[in-house]
Write a protein that binds this ligand. Structure first.
Ligand code: SF4
Length: 403
């Protein structure tokens, strides 16, 4: 049975749910790896492994969604809650450009006190200062939150944000696209599986490219992991708008879910098997990222033998998985070393996976980054002046505006 499915995969056949489950449950890890590596090699015969230099900026940690797997958010009115000032975001962009970066991955909590005008003004201000700089921003649940807050449809939000400067949409907030799981993770309210896919469909129709993600290792079954992949594959058949797929394991530290269920993090082998299966099932995705930020550099490097062809982002800043206990850091030199040591050719890319060139530190002097920046320095509770311009929804937000 496993050998028959393996032959089908080697011949370019598409696996169904039962075949995927059989592979996941019964195929030896080395077989899964070699099948995934064969698909990677056919799609990327030049042996390039790409990465992007960008910065993961979280514009606010205030969130009303309260997903139980999240260690990052703060409730409305929390003394640790923040919204970044436009000037702080500009400074982060300046630092990103200094190390050769060309994009912000901009995501944040569902803050009820940020109307759509705040996002539009921010995007316009970024584009006015940095016309070539890209904004890979606002995952589907954030788009839905803005739509609900402003009585707009998600597609109207996307249109307005594209006009203001949005370039592409990150695939965050997908977790597992099965509503049973989403209810247990307390993230059904922020976006059901259909709603998440619907925003991506709208984004693709608007001409944007997006990524897709999967966070596994919580309460989902193996069948539900596969259902998630199949739902993404079906939308990719329909729109072709996904550039890449990224999967990572739930990081349990400091989370309500981790404590309530005494969950431990999925192992490295589980990660590699899940990654390899994704490469096999998602036969219409060109690119798979290695999630070294959650798995560490060594498993990240091994991912290149299990179907990944991209090392994701040279992280300059990370706040979300760090809050849940993972704090791996690699700068461009380390990423390139890992790629070359695995027998591949490192190339810088943009969000569209177009190759921009060789490692930038070999072209010019750039500062080395030995640690990850954070959104805010500890104890900084400042409130940006410009926030007063925008109407607040929450009682606490209204009080802050009048101080
Ligand atoms: S995962 Fe995102 S939406 Fe959920 S609580 Fe955390 S910040 Fe909010």
């Amino acid at each position: 049975m496993i050998e028959q499915i393996a032959t089908k995969v080697r011949e370019g056949g598409r696996v169904n749910a039962a075949e995927a489950l059989a592979l996941y449950r019964h195929a030896p890890t080395h077989l899964l790896g070699s099948l995934a590596d064969g698909i990677r090699a056919a799609r990327h015969p030049e042996r390039y492994v790409t990465y992007i230099i960008d910065r993961n900026v979280n514009y606010t940690n205030v969130c009303v969604a309260r997903c139980n797997f999240c260690a990052f958010y703060r409730t409305v009115g929390s003394p640790d809650g923040y919204v970044l000032a436009f000037e702080e975001i500009f400074r982060k962009i300046d630092e990103t450009i200094a190390v050769g970066g060309n994009q912000l991955l901009l995501q944040g909590g569902h803050n009820p006190d940020l109307p759509i005008q705040w996002y539009e003004d921010l995007f316009r201000a970024v584009k006015a200062r940095y016309p070539e700089f890209k904004l890979h921003a606002l995952s589907p649940p954030e788009v839905l939150h803005i739509a609900r807050l402003n009585n707009l449809t998600p597609s109207a939000v996307i249109d307005r944000l594209v006009t203001a400067g949005l370039d592409s949409v990150p695939g965050g907030g997908a977790e597992i696209l099965v509503d049973r799981v989403r209810r247990l993770l307390n993230c059904y309210g922020k976006a059901s599986a259909d709603e998440w896919l619907g925003v991506m469909r709208d984004a693709h129709r608007a001409g944007l490219r997006t990524t897709a993600t999967m966070m596994y290792g919580t309460v989902e079954t193996e069948e539900e992991r596969i259902e998630h992949m199949l739902r993404l594959r079906a939308l990719q058949d329909e729109t072709g708008g996904f550039t890449a797929f990224i999967t990572w394991s739930f990081q349990p530290d400091h989370t309500e879910l981790g404590e309530a269920r005494s969950l431990v993090e999925a192992t490295g082998v589980d990660y590699l098997r899940t990654l390899a299966l994704s490469r096999i099932v998602l036969d219409n995705f060109d690119n798979l990222q290695a999630s070294w930020v959650t798995q560490g550099g060594k498993v990240g490097q091994l991912s290149l033998a299990f179907g990944a062809n991209d090392m994701g982002s040279v992280m300059i800043e990370e706040n979300v998985v760090r809050a849940a206990g993972a704090a791996y850091c690699m700068d461009e030199v380390e990423i390139v070393t890992n790629i070359e040591d695995a027998g591949f050719i490192p190339k810088r890319r943009n969000m569209h996976y177009e190759v921009l060139g060789d490692p930038i530190y070999r072209e010019r002097e750039v500062p080395r980054m030995r640690s990850l920046a954070t959104a805010r320095t500890d104890g900084n509770t400042s409130v940006p002046d410009e926030l007063r311009k925008y109407p607040a929804r929450s009682r606490q937000g209204k009080a802050l505006r009048t101080v």
